[in-house]
Design a protein around this ligand. Structure first.
Ligand code: NOJ
Length: 544
């Protein structure tokens, strides 16, 4: 071996982490992202975003530095729940384009190094799906047992939409009740029937064969159910839907079989499950023994109060449970189902900047929801004007691309824009280096350059040992420093970084958190002021 060939690596070479561990994922809600101009030639502009629109705006996602995009449903659907009521799992709804457009989108995304995750909806189908059409015909047809039919409702479960309605609906044709955990147009599939499971696994193979990199799995904790278990009567009286109570063992076997399908394909095909259980212990079990979900959403963190104490508790609990199962965390603050976090957190952009710092420096995979990089609020829509059965229209407002009227959309979009679109739009904010969009971009790029931020250890400031992959998460403050009990949350990532999030009004000294720290990026608008972290701001600092 000559010198110019370089030295052989010593010892075992560790494989690079899979993409879904190091990625920043950007969620696209296709109806509201962008409507393609290329498509309007043969298809009159209708104000609904589509796949061509996404292709035309992929450079924004590349500019931000996201490594993967998750497309909310694009499959054929009557749109009673805006695509979560699927009538054909193996085609694209004409509203969004066609299979060719999707292939182009995947190719264009891959050309930019961006992975593509599709939304797969395994718990239910549209009642217009041919499977349900056949199933409802009578009690003896070949698909008679593909859905969950009973002569009388066997439990007290509530549906999600509209709130408080029973989950069991009488179908006049068949003369029996069917379970629908969401809208009346969404019938729950009967996963106890092996034919259903086989058919659904085939739908995964269809997309995997087309080169899709992974799936976000809609309410995947619901593919197993115990119909004999009533929900707590107090919860039913409060109109709480059944969804957060559904947690049964058989689902795990099914997830292992789903995982085997993904593992049978080359590359790292990934799953992220929507496990809507508001308890980190229960949620963490859906990772199995590294043989169920690759990732699971973590709704306890999403719903945390925006205070240091609350974030600290949720982060500590999450990391402890995931360490137990060897699972990789995810972090998200917004999505298409909940009011945007700036809206929920009191509208102050300074707080939205601090939470961006947390989201992008915690150990795990961050999921961003389109428009949060603009600091968007929800659109203001009168109750009677809402069109979503779950009244989630506000957070689904269209992305404003420019400052002009219609904000870059070819025609007035299907929902009104959020307030402040005259300056909270992509063109204005990407031209302003002090904007929150630039902060997101700098954080995403810093993370991409730093293995310590991607996969390095984590510990609260004040703890003596640390490690996410290795040594576990130590509860800081045991030596009395207690930085996060008050207004400040502070943690280390690897030996390199310290993150300080100051939720209070008073400045804090950076030196309090470690020796020789030097701010590299601050969330505030002021230039870095030596070793000070001003009130209502955060910094990521490097050890000199
Ligand atoms: C969760 C999805 O995120 C939501 O939008 C949908 O209404 C329900 N699942 C039902 O599919």
């Amino acid at each position: 071996m000559t010198d110019h060939c370089g030295a052989l690596p010593e010892g075992p070479v560790s494989a690079p982490p899979p993409w879904w561990k190091t990625a920043v994922v950007y969620q696209i809600y296709p109806r509201s992202f962008a409507e393609g101009s290329a498509r309007t030639g043969d298809h009159a502009a209708d104000g609904v975003g589509d796949l061509r629109g996404i292709i035309e705006h992929l450079d924004h996602i590349a500019w931000l530095g996201a490594d993967a995009l998750w497309l909310s449903p694009i499959f054929t659907s009557p749109m009673a729940d805006f695509g979560y009521d699927v009538s054909n799992f193996c085609d694209v709804d004409p509203l969004f384009g066609d299979l060719g457009d999707l292939d182009d989108l995947v190719a264009e995304a891959h050309r930019r190094g961006i992975q593509v995750i599709l939304d797969w909806v395994p718990n239910h189908t549209s009642i217009e799906h041919p499977w349900f059409q056949e199933s409802r015909r009578d009690r003896t047809n070949p698909k008679a047992a593909w859905y969950i039919w009973r002569d009388t409702p066997p439990n007290n479960w509530n549906a999600a939409f509209p709130r408080g309605d029973t989950a069991w609906l009488l179908d006049d044709t068949r003369g029996q009740y069917y379970l629908r955990s969401f809208c009346k147009e969404q019938a729950d599939l009967n996963w106890d029937n092996p034919d259903v499971e086989a058919a659904m696994l085939d739908t995964l193979r269809f997309w995997l064969d087309r080169g899709i990199d992974g799936f976000r799995m809609d309410v995947v904790h619901m593919i197993g159910k115990d119909l004999t278990a009533d929900d707590p009567p107090e919860a039913v009286a409060k109109q709480i839907p059944h969804v957060p109570f559904n947690d049964v063992e058989v689902t795990h076997e099914r997830l292992r079989r789903i995982r085997s399908v993904l593992d049978g394909y080359p590359g790292e095909r990934a799953s992220v499950g929507e496990v809507y259980l508001l308890d980190e212990d229960a949620m963490s079990r859906y990772y199995g023994d590294n043989d169920e979900l690759h990732l699971s959403f973590n709704f306890s963190f999403l719903w945390a109060e925006p205070t240091p104490a609350s974030f600290r508790e949720r982060i500590t609990t999450t990391l402890a449970h995931l360490e137990r199962v060897g699972g990789w965390p995810t972090w998200a603050l917004s999505n298409h189902d909940v009011p945007r976090h700036r809206q929920r957190h009191g509208r102050d952009e300074r707080l939205a900047r601090i939470t961006a710092l947390l989201l992008l420096t915690l150990p795990g995979t961050p999921f961003l929801y389109q428009g949060e990089e603009l600091g968007l609020l929800d659109a203001e829509i009168a109750d009677e004007a809402m069109i979503d059965p779950g009244r989630r229209d506000g957070c689904r407002a269209p992305i404003p691309w420019t400052a002009e009227p219609n904000h870059g959309w070819p025609t007035s979009p299907w929902l009104p824009f959020a307030p402040e679109a005259e300056h909270r739009n992509v063109a204005t904010m990407t031209n302003d280096t002090t904007s929150i969009a630039h902060l997101y971009r700098e954080l995403v790029h810093l993370r991409a350059r730093s293995p310590s931020l991607q996969t390095g250890s984590f510990s609260w400031v004040g703890s003596t040992s640390r490690g996410v992959e290795g040594g576990g998460v130590e509860d800081g403050g045991s030596d009395g420093e207690g930085f996060s009990d008050g207004e400040v949350l502070a943690y280390h990532r690897g030996d390199e970084w310290t993150v300080v999030a100051n939720f209070g009004s008073a400045s804090v000294e950076l030196d309090t958190f470690g020796l020789n720290l030097r701010s590299v990026l601050a969330t505030g608008l002021q230039p870095l002021q030596g070793r000070i972290v001003p009130g209502f701001s955060g910094v990521i600092a490097r050890r000199d």
